[in-house]
Design a protein around this ligand. Structure first.
Ligand code: COA
Length: 422
């Protein structure tokens, strides 16, 4: 059985594509979900050097479009990428919270491996900014275990605050030590994103204007007022939270055998791993590590025949700064309990043997939840074919990379190990 490869990718600009009337609260769309989906889909097909008629299946990952923009039944929207050519094509929509479009990659891969599909378009898309903060927060909370979490007011910052508290307790960290670790990580992501032209918080953004590319600058911010770093869900503050973003990304997949004959830019999915944790946080064995995430990593590495030492860069799911630490440890880049200290020590920059989140991550590139997995794969693909969008590893064009995308409160864990073939 041939493995599956990526032969084209595209990522829209990420941002908040709305106009908000502060007096009335009215929100006007300036770039719709539909436009973002079509732009990403067209872009990936063009990047692959194919025509829409070459595609025989579409998978779309989206987290909660019904609540964000009143749109359900997403599969058929894929046809709008090329209405004449795509009419009557099979389509599937996948949902796994913030890992929705990594699940689209996962399922499309099986579609190709089975022999039923030969060239597939995968799209991830989300439009989060049509809702005010309260309704957006409620929508995301629907990805928690509603009867025990969402219903009692648990938000996503609160759910990841439980991991932050669990980590702090297990490793006996002082509040100042934890805060310093988090500040280093957000500054690290803000700095990387300045080079990413597609980033939500790139050049000219609020964090750029405030000069938040050092931990010291973040630690010096006041607790309240304009330009502050208020507590959102203790111990997580504003600058520990990922952004509320609109955007889409897409990929074209085919068998590696076919990819080699039709493309000069082939990145193989060398290994793919998925592992699911129980949805309720309270029933998990501990809250200081990503137990299922570690299993997903191992499954992906085993299939690829890789160890972490074989990898040239990683894109990890920093939905909150604590999760960047947990992902770094789950990958085996940092020893358990050392992740935060390693960031303080200046590791994982472009100069490192395995840089992390060169894109700026979810913290600064942005986190349009259902689009994030596809976006991580798209930017990793561009990195591996020597067309980086933003920063690249200093040691030269990478040959291998890993994408670690997490859905919900680390319940759905998807890890893809990638290798450039040509
Ligand atoms: N990080 C840094 N700055 C942020 C930010 C974030 N996550 N969110 C908003 N800001 C900034 C804005 O740019 C704005 O700056 P300005 O006053 O200089 O223009 C200011 O903070 C207020 O913006 P606003 O949009 O009113 O913030 P908000 O209160 O509506 O949202 C959060 C802040 C933290 C609630 C929101 O960003 C959030 O919920 N993030 C997490 C999203 C999430 O849970 N995703 C799923 C993860 S699993």
């Amino acid at each position: 059985m041939s493995k599956v490869s990526i032969i084209g990718a595209s990522n829209t600009k990420f941002g908040a594509f709305v106009k908000k009337n502060r007096e009335t609260g009215e929100i006007t769309d300036t770039k719709s979900y539909y436009d973002l989906l079509v732009e990403a889909g067209k872009g990936a097909i063009a990047d692959a050097g194919l025509e829409p008629k070459d595609i025989d299946g579409i998978w779309i990952g989206s987290c909660s479009p019904a609540k964000f923009i009143n749109q359900e039944h997403i599969g058929p929207l894929g046809l709008e990428v090329a209405p004449d050519d795509f009419r009557l094509i099979p389509t599937t929509r996948t949902e796994g919270a913030c890992a929705s479009s990594s699940l689209a990659v996962y399922n499309a891969l099986y579609g190709i491996e089975s022999g039923r599909f030969s060239r597939v378009l995968v799209i991830g898309v989300e439009k989060m900014n049509m809702l005010n903060t309260k309704d957006m927060t409620h929508t995301l909370a629907c990805c928690s275990h509603w009867p025990t979490e969402g219903v009692s007011g648990m938000t996503f910052p609160m759910l990841f605050a439980e991991y932050a508290k669990g980590y702090q307790k297990h490793y006996n960290l002082t509040p100042d030590e934890l805060r310093k670790m988090f500040a280093h990580i957000s500054a690290f992501c803000y700095k990387n994103a300045l080079e990413n032209p597609l980033a939500h918080f790139g050049k000219g953004s609020p964090q750029d204007k405030l000069g938040l590319q050092t931990a010291e600058a973040i630690l010096n911010l006041p607790d309240t007022g304009k330009g502050s770093n208020p507590m959102v869900a203790p111990p997580l503050r504003l600058h520990d939270c990922s952004l509320v973003t609109d955007g889409a990304a897409a990929l074209v997949l085919t068998t590696t055998n076919e990819a080699k004959s039709i493309s000069n830019k082939v990145v193989e999915i060398a290994g793919i791993g998925q592992a699911t944790e129980r949805l309720q946080e309270k029933v998990r064995p501990n809250m200081h590590e990503l137990i299922a995430g570690k299993v997903a990593v191992q499954r992906s590495f085993d299939e690829a025949g890789f160890t972490i030492n074989d990898l040239d860069f990683a894109e990890v799911h920093d939905c909150f700064t604590i999760n960047q630490i947990l992902c770094t440890e789950a990958l085996g880049l940092s020893e358990d309990g050392r992740g935060g200290w390693d960031y303080i020590d200046g590791r994982y920059t472009p100069e490192d043997t395995c840089p992390i989140n060169l894109s700026g991550g979810l913290k600064a590139k942005g986190h349009p939840v259902g689009a994030t997995g596809a976006s991580m794969h798209a930017l990793a693909y561009k990195q591996l074919v020597g067309e980086p969008i933003g920063l690249a590893p200093k040691k030269g064009t990478p040959e291998t990379g890993v994408v670690f995308n997490v859905g919900g409160s680390a319940a759905t864990n998807c890890v893809t190990t990638l290798r450039r073939i040509k």
